[in-house]
Design a protein around this ligand. Sequence first.
Ligand code: XIL
Length: 373
Amino acid sequence: MKSFLSAALVAIVSVLLVFCGSGRQAQKGNGASVIDSSKGLKDHFANSFAIGVAVSPRALKTDEAALIRQQFNSITPENAMKMGPIHPRENEYFWRDADSIMAFAETNGIRVRGHNLCWHNQSPRWMFTNEKGDTVSSETLLQRLKEHITAVVGRYKGRIYAWDVVNEAISDRKDEYMRNSPWYRICGEQFIAKAFEYAHAADPGALLFYNDYNEIDPVKREKIYRLVKRLKDAGVPIHGVGLQAHWAINEPGDEELENTLARFSSLGLQVQITELDISVYNKEHNARERKPEDGNTDFTADKEQKQIDRYRKCFAAFHKYRKQISSVTFWNISDRASWLDNFPVRGRKDYPLLFDKNLQPKKAYWEVVETAH
Ligand code: XIL
């Protein structure tokens, strides 16, 4: 009797185990394959590249935190480490937000990409002028840049594995090489190499990146390539190029994407996809229009399908270049709120990510996962 009872117990437990196990098998939308949904993106891509996400300290206090822990093994502070927020006045740093993101990452074994040390946007006003309001000299500005980089990189030495050192220094204009920013106007091109040298001195173990957007445009792509190649050839401590990848349902084209990844891979440095999102607004249409071309601001089935296709093609290409690509970071977590809701037009709803407003994986998520296997 006793042995019958224990046999029955074993049988019941086994049935339960099998049942629970199969509960973790999620059926992909079209039923084509079965994927273990207890795994996150980071697990599916464990043999290819790290999977990251841009975060605010606020998001880490919401239900998005659990999703981040489950899906991602890298995070980038979306704004908290930028020069303006972290260094609001000459002798004053604001560490709280950056520190709280670091604490979340370290508690959860997630690595951190630092973003960024030198940019024309979100830089503090005081940086470029003296007390009288006059523009500072090149020497003063480089000294200020050095102090900033030494303080920020030094504070997180050994804890931030990669930094976007210089962000968006190349011009979008076809006839112009460097962006006409205060950094460039005051210091000339040298501020770029200097920024890398200061960062390397502050943390010799950190990987240092040049990061830019419109990287798929053939003209801008060549300018970025040329800059990074020259830095590398000159012995500047640069370890990789960051491709922001702010793309849309109608771009990049297959050839554009292949050429971009092939070109940057040929540098012999790491390539990281640093700010990926796929807007549902067509690129040419994207600039000022409040509504998409079809006039419908919803996430329609047509847009969903186009986004699925684009995401699948992008990840298939990333997979092909996985030896060079060391991480792929999404710029925000879910369609609940993304920076594209306010860019380039304030209040224009976009649906650029792999999780919907309820933090559920979209169909595109499963297509992306399939490219890993
Ligand atoms: C964006 C943030 O997402 C916004 O919250 C902020 O208002 C502006 O900056 N390229 C970059 C990122 O390198 O730092 C930008 O982030 C998006 C474009």
